[in-house]
Design a protein around this ligand. Structure first.
Ligand SMILES: Nc1ncnc2c1ncn2[C@@H]1O[C@H](COP(=O)(O)OP(=O)(O)OP(=O)(O)O)[C@@H](O)[C@H]1O
Ligand SMILES: [Mg+2]
Length: 357
């Protein structure tokens, strides 16, 4: 439904010096050779730190920013090749919502939602037929005549969602749509987005810096760093075992699952003669309900000292996470790690600590 091929975007730096030798204006490479495919009906999240290029990426999808190079295809149409009239038409099929809602303060709820339809030249009665069910869908029926100043943040975002849906788009782009909201309101907006995705089969591309958003509604996630898409995975896999250091940092911040500080200071990278491994275990599916730790003790003759443990629900999957020391002779702890891996656990050796005895 959305395909980006080798999309790059550079911005000239305002007041940037000319490079005298070549006469080039200095630029920021906000997006570097991005490739992304979002299939119809899926919810795809792009997560990254501030300034990583998230807004640039999403604004390149509906050409609010024109890519410097590369191609963007939405719903079978190559956006980057369209004339401006055709691009205007194509944009009706792409809704967008923003962090700060971008409502017109002088229009009430109904008129905000009706605006894109008025601009399309639709008749009043037809507009009403579109707007009323959207008020219902977004839970705003009793706010129909209120003005933005009279609404809470969550209600304003609901109006923005209804407005984005008015032109019956195939795709919804969300630029940090919940970043200005408290956690509870965030939850209700994400629930609405999930509902829209299921009821209308709408494809959603959202960008965020919050793992919670990715965890609660995304099917797949990409990680963006310094203008590059550095990792892409199914959400369950990403939360089990991110493939990059940045991914692990996002996950650790989110889970708050770190080995105790005193232990971290004693961790050594390489095993020694009298050390034992400290491991981070991630397990999902059947492994969660299998008594693997007691089997480890019995079958591998290794003792397990659990330092931290947590169970998270990632959509329909249950994910268990644990930081543990494996106590036993080197040969046995190696076997124990093999045993765990053979039972589909993701094992990361965080380091080795000296035995106290
Ligand atoms: N219009 C612009 N002109 C010049 N530079 C820009 C422009 N828009 C963005 N940039 C630069 O491009 C880079 C990426 O910016 P972008 O807004 O896409 O990041 P972001 O990931 O959305 O950040 P945030 O989380 O803070 O919103 C930054 O270095 C930014 O300063
Ligand atoms: Mg941004």
């Amino acid at each position: 439904m959305i395909t980006l091929r080798n999309v790059s975007k550079t911005y000239p730096i305002k007041g940037g010096h000319k490079d005298g030798a070549r006469g080039h204006v200095k630029v920021v490479e906000a997006l570097k050779n991005a490739n992304l495919h979002v299939p119809q009906g899926s919810i795809h999240g792009v997560i990254g730190l501030s300034g990583a290029g998230k807004s640039t990426l999403i604004r390149c999808v509906n050409l609010l920013e024109r890519p410097t190079s590369g191609s963007v295809t939405v719903d079978g149409q190559e956006m980057t090749r369209l004339s401006s009239a055709a691009l205007n038409q194509a944009r009706h099929r792409i809704g967008m919502i923003f962090q700060h809602f971008n409502l017109l303060t002088t229009r009430n709820v109904y008129d905000n939602i009706a605006l894109p339809l008025e601009l399309m030249g639709m008749k009043r009665a037809a507009i009403r037929e579109r707007v009323m069910p959207l008020l219902e869908l977004t839970g705003l029926t009793d706010k129909i005549s209120q003005y933005p100043a009279q609404l809470s943040g969550g209600q304003k975002q609901r109006v923005a969602i209804a407005r984005a849906l008015a032109s019956e788009p195939r795709v919804l782009l969300c630029d940090e749509a919940t970043s200005a909201l408290d956690p509870q309101t965030t939850g209700s907006i994400l629930e609405l987005l999930r509902d829209i995705n299921q009821k209308l089969g709408l494809t959603i591309l959202l960008i965020t810096h919050e793992m919670e958003v990715v965890k609660s509604i995304c099917h797949r996630v990409s990680l963006i760093s310094d203008g590059e898409l550095v990792e892409e995975a199914d959400v369950g896999d990403f939360f089990t075992a991110p493939g990059t250091q940045l991914g692990r940092e996002f996950l650790n911040d989110f889970l708050q699952l770190e080995p105790p500080k005193g232990l971290v200071e004693r961790l050594e990278a390489e095993p020694g003669e009298h050390t034992h491994p400290v491991v981070r275990l991630a397990f999902s599916g059947d492994a969660v309900s299998t008594p693997l730790i007691s089997r480890l003790a019995r079958d591998c003759e290794v003792d397990v000292s659990i330092l931290q443990a947590k169970v998270e629900s990632i959509q329909e999957r249950t994910l268990g996470l644990m930081i543990a020391e494996l106590l036993g002779p080197a040969e046995k702890t190696r076997q124990a790690i093999d045993f765990l891996e053979s039972h589909d656990l993701h094992v990361e050796v965080l380091g080795h600590v000296q035995r106290d005895d």
